[in-house]
Design a protein around this ligand. Structure first.
Ligand code: AMP
Length: 393
């Protein structure tokens, strides 16, 4: 037994591993991509590349990367705990749990709600159990943090049998990141988490926003699936539900419409160029009108949602930006908040340009009614903490 913690995040064709020590310092991480394809590859954060046989899947990649950490001495003997990111826990899991056969069955039962993710999360758990049969494994769910949503926020205005018989409701995602925003804001404000209220905007390739009241998620923009809500890299976010019928009339079957809304929409669809915000910003600066328009649509939707999240709060300790865009795009933050002056949000331009780097994340002007912050997310650290807390609890 040693004192490392392993965090494993299996995506549909990728696998990320991070190793932490017992004081939650990250010792190393590695990534395998294009799994199942002829050009599968893996590399570590110190830029070492590993040979993967063409078509290698998650199990092979896991073996290669764990051997790498063992050979470099970062991973000695058995880890203290292993945490897995699991996308969908349905209504069964309000918090992280130690994995047992019943938990595995429940994760499998939630697969219809996350068909691209839960089956591959299960694969990762199985493969890890084979490597470390005596170590407790913990499932940390993207949905768990949002299980505190009140009915008025999680119910769609549909016949209630849809919820009762099929579990159709809003679940919310990115829970681990929003949960980490809560923990970081509480630390920075030196307040107990249970007294902190914030609006947390996770803006990466996937985007979601959450209202957290007195330490609990009370509203969030993603719903039954991670397609609802904000404009994202390739996902449309909210559209009129009548669109599907309209598209069917144009000859598009539901699977094709689903693919387009998930993979060809959002910033990519609007700009016709890329889903990458940094590139879009550069193109907009060079006069590319569709890129500028894509950013405008993105920021307007975000501004609307920040306003919507305020409906669930009585007080606001901070509006927090995170994720690749939230942490790095001064332009997105400025364009968005310029539309929210009615709420009293005012940025300090200089602090915003530096992403709050010299002010413990703060980017609000002295005239702002609310604190505005940039906080780098760290989902892996959150999973490592939950893995230890759950196994030692
Ligand atoms: P994530 O999914 O959290 O890795 O975020 C990816 C998104 O963050 C992409 O749209 C990137 O273009 C965007 N991003 C990363 N760095 C910057 C930057 N310096 N300026 C604007 N967008 C950025």
């Amino acid at each position: 037994m040693n004192d490392t913690i392993l965090v494993i995040n299996c995506g549909s064709s990728s696998l990320k591993i991070a190793v932490f020590d017992a004081s939650f310092q990250r010792l190393g991480s590695a990534l395998a991509e294009r799994l199942g394809q002829s050009d599968a590859f893996a590399r570590s954060d110190d830029n070492q590349h590993f040979h993967l046989k063409p078509g290698s899947a998650h199990r092979e990649a896991l073996g290669v990367l764990v051997s790498h950490f063992q050979s470099t001495g970062l991973l000695r003997g058995q880890p203290l705990a292993i945490g897995h990111r699991v996308v969908h826990g349905g209504e069964a899991f309000r918090e992280a749990v130690v994995i047992n056969p019943q938990v595995l069955d429940t994760i499998a039962a939630c697969a219809s709600l996350a068909p691209l993710h839960n089956p591959v999360n299960l694969l990762g758990i199985e493969a890890t159990a084979e490597l470390f049969p005596d170590v407790a494994q913990v499932a940390v769910f993207d949905t768990a943090f949002h299980q505190t949503l009140p009915e008025k926020a999680f119910l769609y205005a549909l016949p209630t049998r849809f919820y009762r018989d099929w579990g159709i409701r809003r679940y919310g995602f990115h829970g681990t990141s929003h949960r980490y925003m809560l923990s970081e804001t509480a630390r920075l404000l030196d307040k107990p988490e249970s007294e902190v209220s914030l609006v947390s905007a996770h803006l990466g390739n996937g985007c979601s926003i959450t209202a957290i009241r007195d330490g609990a998620s009370v509203d969030t923009s993603m719903g039954l699936t991670p397609l609802e809500g904000l404009v994202m890299g390739t996902r449309s976010g909210d559209v009129d539900p009548g669109l599907f019928d309209f598209l069917a009339g144009k000859g598009l079957d539901p699977a094709e419409a689903h693919r387009i809304l998930n993979n060809e929409s959002g910033l990519l669809g609007l700009s016709g160029q890329t889903n990458d915000m940094r590139t879009l910003s550069e193109m907009a600066d060079h006069g590319h009108a569709p890129s500028a328009l894509a950013i405008d649509v993105f920021c307007f939707r975000l501004a609307r949602y920040i306003g919507a999240m305020m409906a669930s709060l009585k007080t606001l300790d901070a509006l927090v930006f995170t994720g690749g865009i939230g942490e790095n795009s001064a332009r997105v933050r400025a364009t968005t908040l310029a539309q929210l002056e009615l709420f009293g949000f005012r940025l300090d331009e200089e602090l915003n340009r530096h992403h709050g780097a010299y002010t413990a994340g703060r980017i609000d002007a002295s005239t702002s009614r609310h604190r505005i912050m940039v906080i780098p997310t760290n989902e892996e650290l959150m999973i490592a903490r939950e893995a230890v807390a759950t196994t030692s609890g």
